[in-house]
Design a protein around this ligand. Structure first.
Ligand code: NAD
Length: 437
């Protein structure tokens, strides 16, 4: 297993790089929940490890005529409850350890919100900012072509993740369809543009699901969301919609960051619309201090230590570690990102009474609306934004309640509780299906 090695720029210069394996972190989370549930060894054997790990080589003709080889992965963790479901990430740090962890979390994410999908994930080792649009399209199409027998509406339904979005989903859907005699097969992938079978509400779904969870958490914690202060790490799909929706709900966004740096305004707060406009024009938040009355953090990781009511990691894994966890004291951490806290950091935060809404619950709004998109594709009938929002709210609130009740029953934190709810559902489905051959 390759250890994940973040270059120092990702972890902040003050602490030096932290070497943490996302998959090992995921396994520790599983083991902790399995212990509380007293899971039997046979049950563990059926559901813990990924079912299938595929590595593909992706030769792409570059604009200068040369051929460059990229490496891609697709992992199916579990499909006992339905087809594998999970995003495709384009990032230079992608590695098989990370993709396995992300696929694992997808299995339990789908189970925690009780949608009939399993867990999958994909990734390509690439810095997409270094590719032209044509090169990006050829890479995306080649990735789908190499995985043509691995994916499918009843087998594995990919979606967007970091650095991929509707346009790439559209190219991949077209490639899959062309490999199937030119049929129109939108249900093979979700997060597509609306014009070719995307769902209304998908673009904000991850953040919207988080907002429903935060609202429910605020009720149990008796936290007034009007005027509650917020810091958000990552300002892409999840982070920017998180800022916008929370601000619309009366929260004050004190700090935001992305790959271009971290920014705060502790007195007046930051206007999310201004930041979104800025990123639209400049691609990242770099230089935002010149366009708005905000101050720049010397080390963007310091954003995580901002004394706010609600902290939202919405970037990458392993951001909250033993190195900084003791200094992170919000009332609530709402994990839009997958795996932002290491297992050890989790213990520290729990001891410090930080209420964590864990990733497999908190960011499940994305996969939930992806599931609704898949349902609409299969029916060929499309819903209004209101209908999608209504279903998302019902599913997220039910899931939050299930997890919160379980945390009280077992006297465990929300992460372990979410795994208990999810593992129970996956185990039951696996046992009912039994072993094939
Ligand atoms: P995105 O590509 O739209 O945005 C990622 C953001 O993180 C960008 O703003 C980028 O600049 C920033 N970033 C990268 N490295 C950073 C660093 N070191 N410090 C601060 N910011 C950094 O991706 P996204 O879809 O918003 O995904 C973000 C996270 O949310 C990922 O962990 C992803 O797996 C998770 N997630 C996304 C969805 C979804 O539907 N988009 C669903 C569930 C979970």
């Amino acid at each position: 297993m390759e250890p994940k090695q973040y270059p120092p720029k990702y972890m902040g210069s003050m602490m030096g790089p932290v070497h943490t394996s996302a998959f090992e972190n995921a396994m520790k989370q599983f083991d902790a929940a399995a212990k509380v549930m007293k899971l039997k060894p046979d049950q563990v054997a059926m559901i813990k490890e990924p079912r299938r790990v595929v590595e593909v080589r992706l030769p792409v003709r570059m604009d200068d005529g040369s051929i460059q080889n990229f490496k891609g992965y697709r992992v199916h963790h579990n499909n006992a409850r339905g087809p594998a479901k999970g995003g495709i990430r384009f990032h230079p740090d992608v590695n098989v350890d990370e993709v396995k962890a992300l696929a694992f979390w997808m299995t339990f994410k789908c189970a925690v919100v009780n949608i009939p999908m399993g867990g999958g994930k994909g990734g390509v080792i690439v810095d997409p900012t270094k590719l032209s649009l044509g090169e990006l399209e050829r890479l995306a199409r080649r990735y789908m072509a190499e995985l043509i027998d691995v994916v499918g509406p009843d087998r594995d339904v990919p979606a967007p993740d970091v650095n991929t979005g509707p346009r790439i989903m559209g190219w991949m859907m077209d490639t899959y369809s062309m490999h199937h005699g030119g049929d129109f097969i939108p249900a093979v992938i979700t997060g597509k543009p609306l014009e070719i079978g995307g769902s209304l509400g998908r673009n904000k779904a991850t953040a919207q699901g988080m907002v429903f969870c935060v609202r429910e958490a605020a009720k149990v914690l008796k936290l007034n969301l009007k005027g509650a202060t917020v810091a958000i790490q990552g300002f892409g799909n999840a982070g920017s919609f998180a800022a916008k929706l929370l601000a619309e709900g009366g929260c004050k966004i004190l700090a935001i960051s992305d790959i271009g740096g971290g920014f705060h305004n502790r007195e007046k707060g930051i206007d999310p619309d201004k930041a979104i406009e800025y990123v639209k024009e400049h691609k990242t938040l770099a230089g935002f201090e010149k366009a708005a009355s905000v101050s720049r953090y010397d080390d963007p990781l310091k954003l995580l230590e901002e004394p706010v009511d609600i902290l939202i990691p919405a970037a990458l894994e392993n951001q909250i570690t033993v190195n900084n966890a003791t200094r992170i004291r919000p009332k609530v951490i709402a994990e839009c990102a997958n795996g932002p806290c290491t297992f050890e950091a989790d213990q520290i935060l729990t001891e410090n009474n930080v209420f964590i809404i864990p990733d497999i619950l908190c960011n499940a709004g994305g996969v939930t609306v992806s599931y609704l998109e898949w349902v609409q594709n299969r029916m060929g009938y499309y819903w209004t934004a209101e209908k999608v929002q209504e279903d998302l709210e019902r599913i997220m609130v039910t899931a939050f309640d299930d997890v919160y009740e379980t945390s009280l029953t077992y006297n465990v934190n929300m992460r372990i509780a979410a795994f208990i709810v999810a593992i129970d559902r996956v185990v039951r489905a696996s046992e009912i299906r039994g072993l094939y051959a």
